[in-house]
Write a protein that binds this ligand. Structure first.
Ligand SMILES: [Zn+2]
Ligand SMILES: [Zn+2]
Length: 64
């Protein structure tokens, strides 16, 4: 398993909801981490599958 920059990112990147199979459907899921491209994104809950790519951790400021 990947080591994330801080416990907050670790929690949110690994967060899995029991109710919503699709992370884009879950209002509690805010960070999406793509292991293949090693990219982080913030999910925009607009009913689709939008996300904003982020280059810094919003909690600790670490650069990805
Ligand atoms: Zn962090
Ligand atoms: Zn959910």
């Amino acid at each position: 398993m990947k080591d994330f920059c801080c416990e907050y990112m670790d929690y949110h990147a690994n967060f899995k909801c029991d109710i919503h199979e699709n992370p884009y459907d879950c209002p509690d899921k805010i960070i999406i981490f793509d292991e293949k491209s090693n990219e982080y994104g913030i999910i925009i809950h607009d009913g689709g599958s939008s996300q904003i790519e982020i280059n810094f951790c919003p909690w600790c400021g670490a650069k990805f």
